[in-house]
Design a protein around this ligand. Structure first.
Ligand code: NAP
Length: 313
């Protein structure tokens, strides 16, 4: 069969990199396709405190350790942004936005998720002008400044804590009166002297200066039934993620929220197409569950590829 790889893994986060390790160790010719640096969301995380074996590890360090592991085993790293997957008999063709095509016998989709925006008209305009979705990347720009974090999940709680090392104060705004994140994170936030938690405030619109910089956010205060303005130099919305599955458009493998449906073998229902990590329908989105998915997907892809090759010979 006319292919460059046995297995192409789309996305080099913890799911994709673990799949690359298992696939390579099984003797497959493996490539990972990634549009950014390897690591996925890990690389934008300051401290990871729940990955077994390390009670505390920097996200960029863990990303680099995983990447070094994959390349040491011979997995190729392809830089590109996937636009679609085509099917030519037993061959899977991965297309990218620079016009490249990569042919393989199996594909694992491990593209993770993208940050949700507030959906206000100035979402793009204010990016880098006070608005950021990455505290680890941009937190240092806000030394002794006032910042707002929106959201009550683990990401918002952890990043609010991270930002306290730079900002003069952090206002963490949640739209209900309860958090969604873990108790351990809640406790740390609530006792931190630099963090003020503001509850029952729903974002309404951005406050924008004449020179198009963020000046704060207006919220609907549910308790007082009125709009209030909260001024800030920086804003970090951490309001959840959406799955990165747009390129799968026509394939009938997504649920209503556009996550990929898989069985316990990480099979999508289309032969030779697997999925792993945050992009699949699941309850617990963690590095360790992504890694678990990646190992299963690669092992199942290995059995599938072996069967295809023995059919050919
Ligand atoms: P999340 O758990 O879905 O939390 C999103 C938060 O944003 C919720 O508090 C939600 O409020 C709020 N929100 C959503 N839309 C909003 C809007 N338009 N305006 C204001 N607030 C809005 O998202 P996440 O924190 O990004 O976490 C995603 C997944 O990754 C979770 O499973 C999480 O546990 C996991 N994660 C784990 C860790 C860790 O274990 N250390 C770290 C990071 C992430 P409501 O609660 O009112 O819906």
């Amino acid at each position: 069969m006319d292919v460059q790889y046995d297995l192409i893994i789309v996305g080099a986060g913890p799911a994709g990199m673990t799949a690359a390790i298992y696939g390579s160790r099984a003797g497959l010719k493996v490539a990972m396709l990634e549009k950014e640096a390897p690591g996925g969301k890990m690389i934008k995380t300051d401290l990871i405190c729940n990955y077994p074996g390390d009670d505390e590890i920097n996200g960029a360090d863990l990303s680099m350790k995983m990447f070094t592991h994959t390349s040491g085993l011979g997995a190729d790293y392809l830089y590109g942004n996937i636009t679609g997957i085509e099917f030519e008999g037993d061959v899977r063709v991965v297309k990218t936005d620079d016009g490249s095509s990569y042919r393989s016998l199996a594909v694992i989709v491990a593209t993770g998720s993208v940050e949700r925006t507030l959906g206000f008209p100035e979402d793009d305009l204010l990016l880098g002008k006070g608005l950021s979705y990455c505290a680890v990347c941009d937190g240092a720009f806000f030394k002794q400044k006032e910042v707002l974090v929106i959201g009550g999940g683990n990401s918002a709680l952890e990043e609010a804590l991270y930002l306290t090392q730079f900002a003069s104060n952090v206002k963490l705004v949640i739209r209900r009166d309860v958090f969604r994140g873990d108790l351990i994170n809640q406790e740390q936030v609530l006792k931190h002297p630099k963090i003020e938690v503001i509850r029952n405030h729903v974002p309404d619109h951005y406050l924008v200066s004449d020179d198009n910089r963020l000046e704060g956010v207006a919220f609907y205060n549910k308790d007082e039934d009125k709009i209030v303005e909260i001024k800030a130099d920086g804003l970090f919305p951490y309001i959840g993620q959406d799955p990165a599955t747009e390129f799968l458009g026509g394939l009938d493998i997504l649920n209503e929220e556009k996550y990929i449906k898989v069985n316990d073998k990480m099979e999508t229902g289309i032969s030779g197409l697997y999925a792993a990590g945050d992009v699949v329908v699941k309850d617990l989105r963690q590095i360790v569950t992504a890694a678990s998915d990646g190992s299963i997907a690669a092992q199942e892809a290995f059995y599938y590829i072996q069967a295809l090759k023995s059919k050919e010979s």
